[in-house]
Ligand binder design. Sequence first.
Ligand code: FPP
Ligand code: MG
Length: 338
Amino acid sequence: MQSFGSRTGLKPKPDWLGADPELEQELKEVERRIVHQASLFDSGAEAYVRYALEGGGKRLRPALVLLAGKVAGGWSEAIRDLAVIVELVHVASLIHDDVLDRADLRRSRATCNAKWGVELSVLLGDALFAHGLQLATKLENAEVARKIAEASRNLCEGEILQTQRRFDLKLSTMDYLHVVGLKTGALFRVAAEVPFIVYGAAEVKREAARSFGQQLGVAYQIYDDCLDLFGTDEESGKTLGTDLRKGKWTLPVLHALQTLPKEDSEKLRTQLVGEEGVGGVAEKVKEAGGLKFALRKAVELLERAKGDLKVLGEGGEAKKLTSMTDRLQGYLKTASDE
Ligand code: FPP
Ligand code: MG
């Protein structure tokens, strides 16, 4: 499939955290703790777990836990543990996702399924997920574990719906946003909300953090879906183009299907579900304004997310969450104007 990565200016790793030495230092400590988890597994399983955890990645969810944690009451052992737990669930879900997507490349390295096959990868994902939940039960407040388990269930529900609706040309924009809210929004939501639970914050703050995280997660997934269609494997370090091949219609494609003149829309539909392959679909979707529409939707969600942040106060710590959202929004806005 032809890629538009550099032409659209869609970068795989926008620097949305900016330069923040204090946060970077704390993230290093969280990183050390994430990798340390491997040594807690049976010696026969340790190397697989280590490979999965040492993959790096952007560690966006731990960063979100730390930023929200600072606003909620400060960095503490519970907040650091939470950052580790959320990343463990995320890594577990990506191992399973790569099995489902038959992806070979993730974070510029071979995926677990490419290295060791499906059976081992499913078990590895299960083990990491169970380990994350086990750590969550050790936190003082039982509601934390319940929230993590609920979000994990949401992730799986999102994947179930997505799988069920593959190649379904009746999928609506609302259906898509519902799936994305479950599969990605949910973990961002707990990353932002749970620090406020840890510190016993008022419900109004919890709700604001929850809504902020949810919308940030959905905006992020919309952008990630644009990348799947318009980015390049080399730049992003993962196997792209899997969505179309697996019949997952994402926002740019849905917009094109809904807005193209009837005849062109019909042609696109036929191609999407036909045997001829999906060559040229990305170009058609872009010409139909699908990329622009999707990026603008993400920008709109981030605007609403910033509105939620106002409830968390205007102070120095809350400002960091706003600047982070601003940076991502500014980047997506620029990309949508190109
Ligand atoms: C990325 O999707 C995948 C997710 C956001 C969630 C995946 C969840 C599961 C497979 C359920 C299993 C969950 C647990 C807790 C073990 P993507 O394919 O759009 O993103 P990508 O481009 O990064 O692959
Ligand atoms: Mg995938």
